[in-house]
Unconditional design. Structure first.
Length: 179
């Protein structure tokens, strides 16, 4: 079954294969270095979670008993998790974050040098939907391909939003996903 959208996906896939990695390396996607010292990437807020929330986090996050869920102490902050732990937020889990984190998301975050906890909640839902689309069309889920299709916006201190680049016609009709 072939359709107009199949040809749009094929043409986008061809443009990805023909794109120069050098051109991609020069594109800005993070704030300029001179902006960073003036703006801390973290917020000084304490957690409002309760012990009764742990079961909900485990269920929604799909931890399957393989991960330890620990609530932070009142003096601990998201930007300084204890050694061996990572910080995540309930709204990220509500929007599709599951554990273990899909490898392509970890690889993309490593590539753009941010922590998965710095992604805006809708970014998870967008990346998972994009993964379904790319997998259906047998396009590899690797950082180079994702960087051709994803734009990164800084939302505020230490928060980044990932969405599709509008110049790819097969992604233009995508409906914005919101809760």
């Amino acid at each position: 079954m072939s359709s107009l959208s199949d040809s749009q996906v094929s043409s986008t896939a061809a443009s990805i294969e023909g794109a120069s990695p050098r051109r991609q390396a020069g594109e800005p996607w993070l704030p300029e270095p001179e902006e960073l010292p003036n703006t801390p990437w973290y917020e000084e807020k304490s957690s409002n979670l309760k012990l009764s929330d742990v079961a909900i986090i485990k269920e929604k996050g799909g931890t399957m008993g393989k991960f330890e869920v620990v609530l932070p102490h009142p003096d601990e902050r998201a930007h300084r998790p204890p050694l061996g732990f990572h910080t995540f937020y309930m709204n990220q889990i509500d929007m599709g974050l599951r554990f273990p984190i899909p490898r392509f998301i970890v690889a993309l975050c490593h590539h753009i040098k941010i922590s998965p906890s710095q992604l805006a909640p809708n970014s998870y839902r967008f990346l998972l939907a994009l993964a379904v689309l790319l997998s259906y069309h047998k396009i590899p889920l690797i950082p180079y391909v994702l960087m051709q299709l994803v734009q990164i916006k800084r939302l505020g201190p230490g928060k980044f939003y990932l969405s599709h680049k509008w110049d790819h016609s097969f992604m233009s009709p995508c409906v914005t996903i919101s809760k």
